[in-house]
Design a binder for this molecule. Structure first.
Ligand SMILES: Nc1ncnc2c1ncn2[C@@H]1O[C@H](COP(=O)(O)OP(=O)(O)O)[C@@H](O)[C@H]1O
Ligand SMILES: [Mg+2]
Length: 261
């Protein structure tokens, strides 16, 4: 068996707001293998984004550990953290919030290549052109402001930026949730194709089971800060053991035997 890419154990993270204490992560453990997609599904407020933020070290957990590429990830600092960060990229629901709003499409991708010295400077613009083409965007967009393109195009730029640094893992948090159904389908196809080509692993987070089902080999179901069930996608959906998953299946006409309207 190949070594796991990422192992999270017993992660704990809580918030207090308005005098109320919320255990957003109440002992979360999961494993991601190289090149696989683990889908994480669960209702609003169950802790999915908190898990993504802890794994990407945007926030520190109160307890637990993360091993990433065999390193004690939460303890890494300095140059080793900078080098390892390249290998864990993130795509958010609203990429505008993650981009410098004054940036151009080409600038966003070129910056990622430069910061991580992915390719020599002399071939950087050629690599930008290759990436923009690979994510299905015309090169005419390269000079456009990131503010002046559509949501679907922006999400393709976010994917191009993530993939540019040749990471081992991309965490996608509701990455297609704001998109129209047809745009969403094409972006899911793009993600699957990129994974086949590059061997990148995905932690694919969504509240929408149909979307998670379309891309994931394994699925973990989250409720109230815990993973309540986990297993191969087809098996978990065919025989759900948690009421949360039964409800999520019920909300998806296609999985539930009723054709979509
Ligand atoms: N910065 C924060 N301050 C206070 N409460 C928070 C904060 N972030 C998340 N929470 C709370 O933690 C819980 C989990 O939130 P979140 O991880 O965003 O869930 P999900 O992404 O599954 O919708 C919710 O109850 C949410 O209100
Ligand atoms: Mg969320």
């Amino acid at each position: 068996m190949t070594a796991p890419l990422l192992v999270a154990r017993d992660l704990r993270c809580s918030f207090t707001s308005g005098g109320r204490h919320v255990a957003a992560l109440d002992g979360v453990s999961l494993t991601i293998a190289p090149g696989e997609t683990l889908g994480l599904v669960g209702g609003s407020g169950c802790g999915k984004s908190t898990l993504a933020r802890v794994l990407t070290r945007l926030i520190a957990p109160e307890g637990g550990s993360v091993t990433f590429m065999s390193d004690d990830w939460l303890a890494l600092g300095g140059n080793r953290l900078r080098a390892a960060r390249r290998h864990m990229q993130m795509v958010f629901q609203d990429p505008l919030a993650a981009f410098n709003p004054r940036a151009t499409v080409g600038g966003v991708i070129a910056d990622a290549l430069r910061i991580h010295a992915v390719v020599p400077g002399a071939v950087r613009s050629k690599e930008v052109a290759r990436l923009i083409d690979r994510v299905g965007l015309p090169s005419a967009l390269l000079g456009r402001s990131i503010r002046d393109i559509s949501g679907g195009q922006r999400q393709r730029v976010a994917i191009a930026r993530a993939i540019a640094v040749r990471p081992r893992l991309i965490i996608l948090d509701e990455a297609v949730s704001a998109l129209d159904v047809s745009v969403r389908g094409r972006i899911l196809d793009l993600l699957v194709g990129l994974q086949r080509e590059t061997g990148v692993a995905y932690l694919f987070i969504s509240h929408d089971l149909a979307v998670v089902r379309a891309v994931s080999q394994r699925i973990a179901v989250m409720a109230a800060g815990r993973i309540v069930e986990e297993g191969p996608a087809a098996g978990v959906i065919a025989a759900p053991s948690s009421s949360v998953l039964v409800d999520l299946i019920g909300a998806v006409p296609r999985l539930n035997g009723i054709p979509p309207s």
